[in-house]
Design a binder for this molecule. Structure first.
Ligand code: FAD
Length: 422
């Protein structure tokens, strides 16, 4: 075999590409990974705050979002949680589970990246870094021609594993969509997912840095989505896991030019009625206290100040002047702090990308129905998981299914060639 000819070429050496390469190479395929960055798995090192939340005990369709969600869930299930854990045990990653979230016992994302890279190396997978693939064309009589700069490679199978557009500093710059479109595939508009949200209002400069247990109800034209957990105010809007979880619905609606609102419950410990009573007693306790002093110890002092301002109440005003209505007004504001969402914090700060290659144009193994031999895996596809290890799970599942299919097809080609002609 010429040294630029391989059985399979994987474009993109991230989580999904490495997995596809490993499974194909386990069936003795000669595999080449072409990666535009100087190292493999650059994004993987940054996952889970450096600890890599690589999967989750809880699986259901709602965790794998897509314009064809049932299809996505069906496919991810073909390489299950048990398959994932056993694959990682095989390559040396001992799993550690916390509230259903799986991490490597080392608590180091680097160990997951290194285990994958080492396994690929042991299996003889060739790797060429600093190679940006710019063109892929079907070759005659079969296979594909893959171009990067001056170099050209050939293979029977090509796997596009270039990621989406989230966090382009790690290599996923959207070039995979261009290649996919050149090859006749439909790309569902890529939008930031798992991302912070920008909101209208002047309160954020004051609130920036305030964290609290609360909940968000994101309201779009036709739907609403609620998530609870730690909210974080930033200088431009809101962040925190609950915000990130609903963000893809905000980016989708904003893209459609629809109005998006967020209603925050900033004091979930008490019902509206209980909060009214709490505030009422605080405002009546010491008449000489200012409004701000009366609220001290209830919420973060910056939040107390902003809430009073937003209610049109001077924080320095004495409570002695308050009518019983004031407690109700303040309680309403704390239970339903309404924000107009204007934008997301963009792909640069997103952890995932919604949209991508339409799954219905691909087989259950990620193979193109238009160009057999061409596969799509990982975040490049129209699947975005929620926080909790679901994006990496999609990378492992789609990569393993594709690699296994390539390995099986390679083996049957070899067997067919070896059969004596009758
Ligand atoms: C900060 C951060 C934290 C995250 N934490 C988690 C987490 O804890 N759990 C979880 O499940 N998910 C997490 N994610 C999401 C998860 O990392 C991704 O969904 C996953 O890495 C996608 O894998 P992939 O292989 O499809 O794409 P990528 O990891 O993006 O890899 C694609 C690769 O293709 C290369 N490439 C692109 N175009 C070309 C080209 N034209 N030629 C050659 N190479 C190319 C890129 O350089 C890159 O190396 C996190 C993401 C970020 C940004």
């Amino acid at each position: 075999m010429a040294n630029n000819h391989y059985d399979a070429i994987v474009v993109g050496g991230g989580a999904a590409g490495l997995t596809a390469a490993i499974f194909a190479a386990r069936a003795d395929c000669r595999v080449l990974i072409l990666e535009q960055k100087d190292v493999l798995c650059k994004k993987l090192y940054a996952t889970g705050n450096g600890k890599c939340n690589f999967t989750n005990q809880f699986w259901s369709e709602e965790y794998f979002r897509s314009s064809t969600q049932a299809v996505a869930y069906q496919r991810v299930n073909r390489f299950s949680l048990a398959d994932t854990l056993s694959f990682f045990r095989e390559i040396g990653i001992f799993p550690k589970e916390r509230n259903g979230y799986y991490y490597p016992a080392s608590e180091q994302a680097a160990s997951v990246a290194e285990a994958l890279i080492r396994e690929a190396g042991h299996l003889g997978v060739h790797t060429k870094t600093q190679r940006k693939v710019t063109r892929i064309t079907p070759a005659k009589p079969k296979g594909f021609q893959v171009e990067c700069g001056e170099e050209t490679f050939f293979a029977d199978f090509v796997v596009l594993a270039t990621g989406g557009m989230a966090s382009p500093v790690h290599g996923s710059d959207g070039s995979g969509y261009i290649l996919a479109k050149q090859l006749g595939h439909t790309v569902v508009t890529p939008l930031p997912a798992i991302v912070q949200l920008k909101a209208e209002g002047s309160c954020f400069k004051t609130l920036s840095g305030v964290r609290l247990e609360g909940s968000i109800r994101l309201i779009t034209k036709n739907q609403s989505f609620t998530q609870a957990g730690e909210l974080l105010f930033t200088a431009y809007g809101i962040s925190g896991i609950p915000v990130m979880q609903v963000s893809r619905y905000a980016t989708e609606s904003l893209y459609q030019k629809e109005t998006v609102t967020a209603e925050l419950d900033l004091f979930p410990m008490l019902s509206y009625q209980e909060l009214c009573e709490e505030l009422s007693s605080r405002f009546q306790r010491r008449k000489e206290d200012t409004a701000e002093e009366a609220m001290c110890g209830l919420c973060n002092h910056k939040l107390n100040y902003v809430i009073l301002k937003e209610c049109g109440i001077d924080p320095t005003k004495s409570c002695s002047t308050f009518s019983p209505k004031v407690a109700k007004t303040v309680a309403s504001k704390l239970k339903k702090f309404s924000l107009r969402i204007t934008d997301s914090n963009g792909f640069a700060n997103a952890q995932a990308c919604a949209g991508g290659i339409l799954l219905t144009e691909l087989t259950e193994y990620g193979e193109s129905k238009k160009l057999p031999g061409l596969f799509f895996v990982g975040e490049l596809c129209d699947v975005d998981g929620t926080c909790g290890g679901y994006n990496l799970q999609w990378a492992w599942s789609s990569g393993a299914l594709c690699g296994t299919e390539i390995g099986g097809r390679y083996a049957s080609n070899i067997t067919a060639k070896a059969k004596p002609k009758s």
